[in-house]
Ligand binder design. Structure first.
Ligand code: FAD
Length: 381
């Protein structure tokens, strides 16, 4: 009988899963390698059925109140002049006339963690070192907290999942890289933007995104650099040098923002990739969210898949009364079509017409609208 569940990762999938497992009578424990709740990060979207799940958790209104407050978007050229604008949508968040929520990832994560019942244990600043599944339970050796037994272990530890590496195999087997990395960071709002997004494109159609954080004191700037899975990931200084080298000639205010990058407390460089696996479960271990089926930021659906995947896994474990073998099988069967449809969006958003507003509204938006609701959930009320 399954009772204790260790969840590695406390960002989006991890706390959502912990909340639902606790609600169904399990005893979840979270382990998170960061020293405390999430800090910094980019804007993510919560859409479609994921909103219904947050609503059922009682956290939807708080998430909505913390959302981005965008009023529109401009595309600007090399001389800084506007070539297109909309007050009806942003490129990252879509149209304003729907219920989708765009929110900074750290804010969402903090709200989900704050919403957890107090008796859920969270081990910050620690990580799983080894996992030994003897068929009846899993012995987990932590870097700092010794060795403990759990009935199940769930990896919710993101694109470069530690759990996946320990149990299923190395990144190379499952990561499908787009050979691009995103480098988001915070910068002072020297442009004086108010609740606004800018897509800067130079004459070669290269550029980067800028948008205001809620309150308008800070900008989030997001450069893109070519990067492959084979490129070693250098340290922070090396990553910034790489961004400088590969983005230095983009024009407009690029050198100003490269200087701001050096001072940013929350800079990071993340490879853009999808995770594709034949199975998300093995023995007493399962993967949820980006760890198992990252769709990549090219789809804008990573956060919603993490929320929906966590809900479905908890629901199936509850339904099978802790028989993890049948629960894992149903989790995979239920979620796979939804994941496939959402991962396919990346084909559209990588099309060279992505920045053409007509293509965006006639092709990309309808595909996203369909994909975000393409799963029927039971047990939500
Ligand atoms: C630049 C960028 C832009 C994005 N834009 C969007 C967007 O517009 N819309 C959208 O929906 N999604 C977007 N995403 C994706 C989105 O952030 C993820 O899909 C979503 O956060 C997945 O949640 P998760 O909980 O599965 O994984 P993550 O949010 O990646 O969380 C993994 C957690 O595991 C922790 N962890 C890692 N290793 C260990 C370890 N060894 N031990 C313990 N803990 C560990 C991490 O610290 C982290 O807290 C974007 C991602 C990036 C990088």
């Amino acid at each position: 009988m399954v009772k204790s569940v260790l969840i590695s990762g406390a960002s989006v999938a991890g706390p959502t899963l912990a909340w639902w497992l606790h609600r169904h009578g399990f005893t979840p424990t979270l382990v998170e390698r960061m020293p405390g709740p999430a800090r910094g990060g980019h804007a993510v979207d919560v859409r479609g059925v994921a909103l219904e799940i947050l609503d059922a958790m009682g956290v939807l209104e708080a998430v909505r109140e913390s959302r981005m407050q965008m009023k529109g978007v401009s595309i600007i050229g090399e001389d800084g002049s506007e070539t297109w604008r909309s007050e009806e949508m942003t490129i990252s968040g879509g149209r304003f006339d729907n219920k989708d929520i765009e929110i900074l990832r750290d804010r969402l994560s903090r709200l989900l963690v704050a919403d957890l019942p107090e008796d859920i244990e969270i081990l910050y600043g620690d990580s799983i070192e080894t996992l030994t599944d003897d068929g009846d339970s899993v012995a987990v050796e932590f870097a700092k907290n010794g060795t403990r037994q759990f009935d199940l272990v769930i990896g919710a530890d993101g694109l470069r999942s530690n759990t996946r590496n320990l149990v299923f195999g190395p990144d190379r087997e499952f990561l499908h890289s787009f050979d691009i990395a995103l480098a988001p960071f915070s910068a002072p709002n020297t442009l004086g933007l108010k609740d606004w997004q800018i897509s800067y494109r130079n004459a070669r159609n290269d550029g980067y995104m800028i948008y205001t954080a809620p309150g308008n004191e800070e900008l989030r700037v997001c450069f893109q650099v070519p990067l492959t899975l084979d490129d070693g990931v250098p340290d922070r200084a090396g990553q910034m040098a790489l961004v400088r080298e590969r983005c230095g000639d983009l024009g407009w205010q690029t050198s100003h923002f490269l200087d701001a990058m050096e001072a940013a407390p929350d800079f990071y460089l993340g490879l853009i990739a999808q995770v594709k696996m034949p199975h998300w479960t093995k023995g007493r271990t399962a993967l949820v969210g980006d760890a198992g089926y990252c769709p990549s930021p090219f789809t804008g659906q990573g956060t919603s898949l993490a929320v929906v995947g966590a809900y479905v896994l908890a629901h199936e474990l509850a339904r099978s009364r802790g028989d993890h073998v049948s629960a894992f099988a149903r989790y995979e069967a239920k979620l796979r079509p939804f994941v496939a449809q959402n991962q396919a969006i990346a084909e559209l958003t990588r099309d060279e017409r992505f920045n053409d507003p007509e293509f965006y509204t006639s092709v990309i938006e309808p595909a996203m609208d369909q994909a975000k609701g393409a799963i029927e959930l039971k047990g939500l009320s």
